[in-house]
Write a protein that binds this ligand. Structure first.
Ligand SMILES: Cc1cc2nc3c(=O)[nH]c(=O)nc-3n(C[C@H](O)[C@H](O)[C@H](O)COP(=O)(O)OP(=O)(O)OC[C@H]3O[C@@H](n4cnc5c(N)ncnc54)[C@H](O)[C@@H]3O)c2cc1C
Length: 380
């Protein structure tokens, strides 16, 4: 066993840290307040290779491992979790999904542009009445010979308006239940595809979350991913990897808040000494540092399992569950350590606290992670 990161890993982590401090920090408060998508920053993320980190270089990606990806997401999330969710969806859901299960033609047509950040993608599973229970797909993809006729509504789609390519999960054979579901690649601009209004969110407000409507959209057959009926398995396999990205996002939000709280506690004085010298605050910092380290190891273990071709569904769910719950606890404590200053925007920790909440909800709520984990430990 070796706990040391390689030189390459350290370089990637440092590059992500520099990018976050130099490019994401300026304007992050304003983007949050105004719900402004980080257009320029995402463009630079593409140029630096953050949008297709694990994709094979022959398709324009960085050819890196999942450990590098965890390190980069943590660094970006310390500063701007809106930027990191855009990165996570593009890398681990859209690029990974097409690279792993797509045809050569799909990779040529879509993956190259997605991996370089020329365009970004969205992953469309959730519906008004199908969230945790994703088998209840009401969006239909009727088989019309050489195309599918797509009808229905998707909810809460990250990159909903900014994406150019959408992986849409829809029911083709209702009688076969989840085995009748397909995954289709839909392009923005196809006739009948309408982007709904932007959601006004509690956190990750720089990311754009929209509902989508499909009204008789004709999707060519060659845009189906995998065999007929593979869509539900596709979604579950893709989300299993996506959870490593969201776990790392939660880890980054927590470590960003912790770093701010640590620094503040060494500057702020009360009762004649720095507040870090009061044991109640010092113990908070000790607990925070310990929990963050535990989450980091869970994230890296899940990434290691994926990189070494072992089953990562259990370790990924554990990492996401623990990191998300931990991020919520740590960000609340970071606000507490800042006292009244923690309650205003200039000190960043209130934003991190709002951003942390989403990590307990998307890509499977904490309750759903417990279902996955309990099935794993019970061998079901
Ligand atoms: C900002 C944001 C971005 C998102 N981005 C995307 C995206 O890009 N693509 C996409 O497809 N979706 C996306 N989602 C949707 C997200 O994945 C769902 O909101 C999530 O899966 C929960 O589904 P739901 O909201 O329908 O809640 P529900 O499934 O209705 O759950 C409500 C509550 O019941 C609990 N619950 C449900 N079933 C059980 C059970 N069996 N046992 C115990 N508790 C249970 C849940 O844990 C939750 O606490 C996003 C959501 C948000 C808010």
């Amino acid at each position: 066993m070796n706990f040391n990161l390689t030189e390459e890993h350290l370089m990637i982590r440092d590059a992500a840290r520099d990018f976050a401090r130099n490019e994401l920090l300026p304007g992050v408060i304003e983007r949050d307040e105004k719900q402004k998508f980080p257009t320029e920053q995402v463009k630079k993320m593409g140029e630096l290779g953050f949008l297709g980190m694990m994709v094979d270089p022959k398709y324009g990606g960085g050819g890196m491992d999942t450990i590098s990806y965890v390190l980069a997401i943590e660094e970006l999330s310390k500063i701007d979790a809106s930027a990191s969710v855009i990165m996570s969806v593009n890398n681990s859901l859209v690029c990974w999904g097409i690279e792993t299960f797509g045809t050569e033609a799909q990779k040529e047509k879509y993956l190259k542009r997605l991996a370089t950040g020329e365009i970004i993608g969205a992953f469309c599973l959730s519906e008004p009445e199908a969230g945790s229970d994703a088998t209840m797909q009401r969006t239909t993809a009727k088989d019309k010979g050489d195309y599918y006729l797509l009808n229905g509504t998707k909810n809460w789609i990250t990159n909903g308006n900014t994406a150019s390519v959408y992986l849409v999960i829809a029911q083709t054979h209702p009688e076969k239940k989840h085995r009748g579901i397909n995954a289709l690649i839909v392009e923005k601009g196809m006739d009948g595809f309408v982007v709904g209004p932007k959601e006004n969110k509690l956190g990750i407000r720089g990311s754009d979350t929209h509902s989508l409507q499909f009204n008789d959209v004709k999707v060519p057959k060659e845009n189906r991913i995998g065999e007929d009926g593979f869509g539900f398995t596709f979604a579950m396999k893709t989300l299993a990897g996506g959870r490593i990205g969201i776990a790392s996002q939660a880890l980054g939000i927590a470590s960003g808040a912790y770093e701010l709280a640590l620094k503040y506690s060494q500057q702020r004085k009360a009762f004649g000494r720095e507040i870090s010298k009061h044991q109640a605050i010092a113990f908070k910092l000790a607990d925070m540092a310990t929990e963050i380290e535990a989450a980091r190891f869970l994230c890296l273990k899940a990434a290691f399992d994926k990189d070494t071709k072992q089953d990562y569904s259990l370790s990924g769910a554990m990492a996401k569950l623990y990191a998300a719950e931990m991020a919520m606890r740590i960000t609340v404590e970071a606000v507490q350590i800042h006292g009244g200053y923690g309650y205003v925007k200039e000190y960043h920790v209130e934003r991190l606290m709002r951003d942390a909440k989403i990590t307990q909800i998307y890509e499977g709520t904490s309750e759903i992670q417990k279902i996955v984990i309990s099935r794993g430990v019970l061998g079901k």
